[in-house]
Design a protein around this ligand. Structure first.
Ligand SMILES: CNc1ncnc2c1ncn2[C@@H]1O[C@H](COP(=O)(O)O)[C@@H](O)[C@H]1O
Ligand SMILES: [Zn+2]
Length: 353
């Protein structure tokens, strides 16, 4: 590993936008494919390699394939523990995993046992002594409409109260071209009122001004992507003002947006716009398995594309701590961890006492 790559690996990082089934690595996928040879699934169907691009529609086809491979409690436990270990090995010190609870009649998987198993994986990794704290967001797939969204919020609320603080919020995701946020507002309001944090995929595709405006009134606690919010991308100053006024952090995923073709090239990524505004922006992976990346690589990519030095990168990873959904005490612990690691990672002269 060269000197620069080592810096990005050693850099302590916070990952706030990671879909569980999109984060499955090549190695884990291999194990899943072996478990279910009758499905005839090949690696090329579950990941988008270097230099490859797909339309966002095609990306959603990939998730359907992965869901076939991950359909038992046993699969979920393996996938979640592997994903957490991989993030830890990549220098991620705090991770928020999100996943859509699924019911599979054939394997007797229920939405309840789905979430229970994800929590079990988090607890198992904690007991292994991995240097990573993990929290969970229960995801609403926007395609499924009002009723399912309400049920999902209810499930999330129950787990928020029974998981010892591991379930901290709700994610709104799924194919952005399907459904409308207005049908999900009551569920999202209910979630907010019961103390669940909200991270919403907003303006991931063009022409969602009206929906974004509506959902920004909640307001959400964080925004996923927000690619088309600003005026240069067909959004509006009004939307930007709302985001800025409410100080809502953005979760930005460079490789995901370029490979999914919602952003034409790295240098045209909206990271530039929000970073120049000085608005809280957190670099994330989205789907590290599907897009064949990791968080170190995403930081390195942001730095090389937007000409950020190591100190600026350090600041970026440090500021992400303020955007986490976990409790204040953990925020303080993470800040302490960053302070302790700083001299070694940034190669600063050791202070004389
Ligand atoms: C690429 N941009 C994206 N935009 C919107 N939703 C996305 C997404 N990437 C992933 N998901 C959401 O996460 C699910 C897979 O993980 P889980 O089964 O929930 O763990 C997808 O089915 C989709 O709903
Ligand atoms: Zn996402």
């Amino acid at each position: 590993m060269d000197e620069d790559a080592r810096f990005y690996r050693e850099l302590p990082k916070v990952e706030l936008h990671a879909h569980l089934n999109g984060s499955v690595s090549f190695v884990t996928m291999e194990k899943l494919i072996k478990r279910k040879p009758h499905l005839n699934i090949e690696h090329s169907m579950t990941a988008i390699g270097k230099g490859q691009r797909r339309t966002l529609d095609e990306c959603f086809e990939v998730f359907k394939v992965i869901h076939k491979l991950v359909d038992t409690e046993e699969d979920i436990l393996m996938v979640a523990t592997d994903v957490i270990r991989e993030f830890a090995a990549d220098g991620v010190k705090y991770l928020e995993l999100r996943s859509t609870p699924r019911e599979e009649k054939d394997t007797r998987l229920t939405k309840q046992s789905y979430v229970e198993t994800a929590i079990k994986a988090i607890q198992q990794c904690k007991s292994e002594g991995l240097d990573i704290d993990v929290r969970f967001l229960v995801a609403i797939d926007r395609r499924n409409g009002t009723e399912v969204a309400m049920e999902t919020v209810k499930l999330a609320e129950e787990f928020m109260l029974s998981s010892g603080g591991l379930v901290v919020g709700i994610d709104l995701s799924g194919d952005p071209t399907v459904g409308h946020g207005k049908y999900l507002l009551p569920a999202l309001e209910k979630a907010k009122n019961c103390g669940l944090k909200l991270s919403l995929h907003l303006s991931e595709v063009p022409s969602q001004l009206e929906e974004s405006d509506l959902l920004l009134n909640l307001p959400p606690d964080r925004i996923g992507h927000g690619t088309f919010l600003h005026p240069e991308m067909g959004g509006s100053q009004h939307l930007v003002d709302k985001v800025v006024k409410n100080n809502i952090p953005l979760e930005l995923c460079l490789t995901s947006n370029v490979k999914g073709q919602t952003v034409p090239s790295y240098s045209q990524h909206h990271f530039r716009y929000w970073y120049q505004l000085g608005h809280p922006s957190v670099i994330c992976t989205d789907d590290k398995g599907v897009f064949c990346t990791d968080l170190s690589q995403e930081y390195q990519l942001a730095a090389s594309t937007f000409d950020l030095g190591h100190e600026a990168v350090w600041k970026l990873s440090q500021q992400a701590i303020d955007c986490i959904f976990a409790e204040e005490a953990l925020k303080e612990q993470l800040k302490q961890k960053w302070n302790e690691l700083q001299p070694q990672v940034l190669n600063l002269p050791v202070q004389q006492v």
